[in-house]
Ligand binder design. Structure first.
Ligand SMILES: *[C@@H]1O[C@H](CO)[C@@H](O)[C@H](O)[C@H]1NC(C)=O
Ligand SMILES: *[C@@H]1O[C@H](CO)[C@@H](O)[C@H](O)[C@H]1NC(C)=O
Ligand SMILES: *[C@@H]1O[C@H](CO)[C@@H](O)[C@H](O)[C@H]1NC(C)=O
Length: 176
């Protein structure tokens, strides 16, 4: 190779590197994972979906390269695993929590959690590995209890009356 050719090759390399840099999201930024900035609010007993969306990767995703770990950090700092997906295998640690392959293929790693309890409250972290990249997002879940003392008291009273009439009609039936 003469000097001019070598210089030419170097320039070609630099140009292809620059093209690579400019060739869109995938090469430059790669995987991105988005949660939710504002806290998700739920009432105890409701079902919620905690968002986690993947972008910057080719859709449909090759699930072979995908792992997702959902963890929950409680207010006192304790962290526990809520859900895992790896090697096509789903491992829900929180009872009833759910994700499906179809959503995952579309880059949607949002987590469904039914019948929310106070113990589900905290910061959720969606950690995603899409080989060789990894990224995480966090979302907060706040759980409150519906203030319905008066309502449930009325329901109890109504229940009592109903029960009483059942008893009365039972007595009447017996007499007949
Ligand atoms: C935090 O709270 C949870 C649930 O109430 C409890 O199981 C855990 O032991 C606590 N951790 C610490 C470090 O206090
Ligand atoms: C992601 O999946 C969840 C659960 O199936 C769904 O509720 C949500 O609308 C989906 N989000 C997007 C952006 O597709
Ligand atoms: C909550 O999720 C459960 C399944 O886990 C379902 O049976 C129930 O209908 C859902 N409730 C609402 C209000 O969507």
């Amino acid at each position: 190779m003469d000097g001019a050719m070598r210089t030419g090759l170097k320039i070609a390399h630099v140009i292809s590197f620059l093209l690579l840099l400019g060739s869109g999201d995938f090469q430059v930024r790669g995987l991105r994972v988005t949660g939710k900035d504002v806290p998700t609010e739920a009432l105890r007993g409701e079902n919620v979906t905690i968002p986690c969306l993947l972008s910057g990767v080719p859709i449909p995703l090759n699930l072979e390269k995908l792992s997702v770990v959902w963890t929950l950090r409680l207010q006192n700092g304790t962290e526990r695993e809520v859900y895992g997906f790896s090697s096509y295998k789903h491992t829900p640690s929180r009872i009833g929590s759910h994700m499906n392959d179809k959503d995952l293929q579309l880059g949607n790693a949002s987590l469904f959690i039914p019948n929310i309890q106070i113990t589900d409250e905290g910061n959720y972290r969606c950690f995603v590995i899409f080989t060789p990249d990894s990224r995480a997002s966090t979302s907060t879940l706040q759980v409150s209890v519906k203030p319905q003392m008066a309502l449930s008291h009325n329901q109890q009273v109504e229940g009592g009356i109903t029960d009483l009439s059942v008893v009365k009609s039972a007595i009447v039936t017996q007499k007949l």
